[in-house]
Design a protein. Structure first.
Length: 176
């Protein structure tokens, strides 16, 4: 028998560029991350929830400041096996462009092809996770890391932001 998928609607909250400061998301992650030792965040901004953090922007409090795919390749080369990986990238090509522009970096068409870029990030994320580890993804869809990467979706949560604002969708998957 297949395990059931948990689907829920978390409380309404206004959106924020700092996703993990949104109260229902912060509370959700607080419960999810208990008792996990190695938590990786390739798009950390200023979040302090993970034990190994990265953000392209050198003005953030992340430990590393690399492109997410380079950061994940570095962890793979170092043999890191994470209990949890948090995946909270810019959600749209416009947000990617704004991020690059704010850092004075040239953005290419391949940088803004979010489906192509996320396919690479998802594959690398799955390689960083230990078997039984969790990938927790945030965005405007529930695609997550995906079946092709040996992941089983266990939870999907919706955080409504109201009016015409995009809701945040949280997808939790376990590596099999």
């Amino acid at each position: 028998m297949k395990p059931s998928l948990i689907v829920s609607r978390l409380p309404f909250s206004m959106p924020s560029r700092e996703t993990f400061t949104i109260k229902p998301i912060r509370d959700f992650l607080s419960a999810q991350l208990k008792e996990h030792e190695i938590i990786v965040d390739p798009f950390a901004r200023n979040s302090e929830l993970a034990t190994i953090t990265n953000d392209l922007n050198p003005d953030t409090s992340a430990q590393h400041h690399m492109k997410a795919d380079d950061f994940l390749r570095m962890l793979i080369d170092e043999g890191v096996k994470a209990d949890v990986i948090l995946i909270d990238p810019p959600y749209s090509p416009r947000q990617v462009k704004e991020c690059y522009d704010s850092l004075g970096l040239d953005v290419t068409s391949s940088d803004t092809q979010t489906s192509r870029t996320m396919s690479i990030i998802n594959t690398l994320s799955a390689q960083v996770l230990r078997t039984g580890g969790k990938a927790i993804s945030f965005g405007w869809n529930s695609n997550g890391v995906g079946l092709k990467n040996n992941m089983r979706k266990t939870e999907v949560h919706l955080v409504p932001h109201g009016s015409q604002l995009h809701d945040t969708i949280i997808t939790v998957e376990v590596k099999e």
